[in-house]
Design a protein around this ligand. Structure first.
Ligand code: FE2
Length: 203
């Protein structure tokens, strides 16, 4: 019989952001654990905004459609483990991706494993977070994510309203942000090339 032990809550007693919050102290062996699990992880891209996660016909943007991968770990369907009360997935975004502002009834936690990455929560300005941060998106509060030169990997969970549908919340700066990410990332890469010619060190 498989026994699952509840994790020590001590690492979650740090500072919080969002409404919310962030803390530091992910297990140091997370990269090794992910590498060991890699052969069994099943990744899928949201390549069609009418696939069911979003309201039909919404414009999630080409940047997101070209740059996302989702691995469903726990949930009510198409997941490794079944649960009616918890949705947990790994969420990957390529560098230079804008995940446009959207909202859903479900309360959502992002356990970020890489960074820095930018989040816009509600009407607040963008804030950058490091790779051991936690973001709490309140129910129905719009939020957006932008990825710079480092690939984004986060564990994302919902603990209520698992049948929520995402609706895109239009903002008038999306095209400018997407163009800005391309330029800024190019400058960043040129900077790395000058100071360190070894490509293995660029990310
Ligand atoms: Fe969300």
């Amino acid at each position: 019989m498989l026994t699952v032990t509840a994790p020590d809550s001590a690492p979650f007693r740090g500072r919080t952001q969002g409404s919310g919050g962030a803390y530091s102290g992910f297990p140091q062996d997370s990269p090794q654990a992910l590498s060991a699990a890699a052969p069994t992880l099943n990744w899928n891209a949201e390549t069609d905004s009418s696939a069911g996660y979003y309201e039909a016909g919404v414009d999630v943007g080409q940047s997101f459609l070209d740059g996302n991968l989702v691995c469903r770990l726990v949930g009510p369907g198409e997941c490794f483990f079944f649960s009616e009360n918890l949705f947990l997935s790994l969420f990957f975004l390529k560098p230079r991706t804008l995940y446009r502002d959207h909202a859903h009834q479900a309360s959502e936690m992002y356990f970020n494993l890489t960074g820095p990455c930018g989040f816009r929560l509600g009407d607040e300005d963008w804030v950058d977070y490091l790779g051991d941060s936690v973001i709490w998106n309140l129910p129905s509060r719009p939020h957006a994510t932008r990825i710079y030169g480092i690939p984004f990997l986060s564990a994302v969970s919902w603990v209520s309203d698992l049948d929520s549908v995402c609706r895109v919340v239009p903002r008038d700066d999306w095209q400018g942000l997407e163009a800005q990410l391309q330029v800024n990332s190019a400058v960043r890469m040129m900077s790395f090339c000058v100071t360190d010619p070894d490509p293995q060190h660029w990310i």
